[in-house]
Ligand binder design. Structure first.
Ligand SMILES: Cc1ncc(COP(=O)(O)O)c(C=O)c1O
Length: 365
């Protein structure tokens, strides 16, 4: 049976759109994966067939992100949210401090968790302007000898994104890249640890990717539960316990797709074009639509905006839904509108939405 050709214009913030070719391949392999007579979900995680899937996903990620050999790639569970706790548990040593750059709700959550473990401070914050921008790199304060500096590379809820990152020297830089990993090339060597829940650009929910510099593993606290130590997973190639095997298989297939469509440079070009379609409509709308993010902090993944009045906004969201645009409501904590244009959201979907925005303005001006 072939997948139905009806595909929604899916602008969900995560879990979000997956490439159709990946879904079709998963469907074709579902019952009998590579002649095993089983689906990937039914394979033992200790089998050769599964280990191939697992190791292939790790090497594809290393290749696509040009991850140096001095890093480990881990597949964990518990979402990006568990990383908010694992990071301080492992790396916030007694007598040291960690700085957190506050750029939105996810930074706040990461900060609150870290506070439970030790001495943390705001290295910078843009809360005063309702998180409408990323701080200037020069305004980020941290101290030599700090355990680490933490930031959120893309703020899924407020729609802002870092364009450059601070050079932190000996202070390990840690980034939550949940909502922009794989959207553009990055210099992994600037970071000591990168983490991301898979459910935006990488695959389905259930897998959390951690890219960690090996020397950091050696400096970690030891008095923490086995499952919450990065070193446990690093020593065991993320096979200490049963990993989320189907999610990792899907992640591997998403990475194959990313490679086939030209890798991160061409993905980034495409993402720029997609986001521009919508930002351009906002910019020429004479205030009919107003973008939440300051232009130089705009996210190319999550485009956030409001309309002139709450009534009009309500009507806009209702009409968008009727016309098949899914997930355009802003996050429940801040309202407004949000278009999440992750890697697998086709250009045509953004084009159709930008045309809808233009037409809606014409009809309501
Ligand atoms: C930037 C960011 N960090 C963390 C999270 C939380 O991720 P999870 O639901 O995987 O715990 C999200 C979820 O949307 C996010 O966008």
């Amino acid at each position: 049976m072939k997948l139905q050709t009806h595909r929604a214009f899916n602008f969900n913030a995560g879990p979000s759109a997956l490439p159709i070719s990946v879904l079709e391949k998963a469907q074709a392999q579902l019952i009998d994966f590579r002649g095993t007579g089983m689906s990937v979900m039914e394979l033992s995680h200790r089998s050769i067939a599964y280990e191939e899937v697992h190791n292939q996903a790790i090497s594809s990620l290393k290749e696509l992100l040009s991850i140096p050999d001095t890093y480990e790639v881990l597949f964990l569970q518990g979402g990006a949210s568990l990383q908010f706790s694992m990071i301080p548990m492992n790396f916030l040593q007694i007598g040291k401090k960690a700085g957190y750059v506050m750029t939105g709700s996810w930074s706040e959550k990461a900060f609150s968790e870290a506070k439970l473990f030790g001495d943390v401070y705001h290295a910078a914050s843009t809360k005063e302007g309702n998180y409408s921008r990323i701080p200037n790199i020069d305004d980020v304060q941290y101290h030599t000898g700090d355990a680490y500096l933490h930031l959120t590379s893309n703020n899924t809820i407020f729609g802002t994104q870092w364009k450059d990152f601070p050079e932190t020297g000996d202070v390990p830089l840690i980034a939550d890249m949940s909502s922009d990993i794989l959207s553009k090339p990055i210099d992994v060597s600037k970071f000591a640890l990168i983490y991301a829940g898979a459910q935006k650009n990488l695959g389905p929910s259930g897998v959390t990717v951690v890219i960690i510099r090996k020397d950091l593993l050696e400096q970690a606290n030891t008095n923490i539960p086995t499952m919450l130590k990065y070193s446990t997973h690093a020593k065991n190639n993320s096979l200490y316990n049963t990993p989320p095997t189907f999610g990792i298989y899907m992640l591997g297939e998403v990475l194959n797709w990313a490679r086939e469509i030209g890798g991160l440079t061409s993905i980034a070009e495409q993402n720029d074009k997609k986001a521009k379609l919508i930002y351009d409509v906002i910019d020429v709308s004479n205030g009919f639509y107003s973008g939440h993010a300051e232009p130089d902090s705009r996210s190319f993944m999550n485009i956030t905006f409001t309309l002139k009045t709450k009534d009009l906004e309500k009507k806009f969201l209702e009409q968008a839904k009727q016309e098949g645009f899914i997930g355009v409501n802003g996050h429940r904590s801040i309202g407004g509108c949000r278009v999440s244009a992750y890697n697998a959201v086709p250009f045509e979907a953004c084009k159709a939405f930008s045309e809808f925005m233009i037409q809606f303005q014409k009809d309501h001006n």
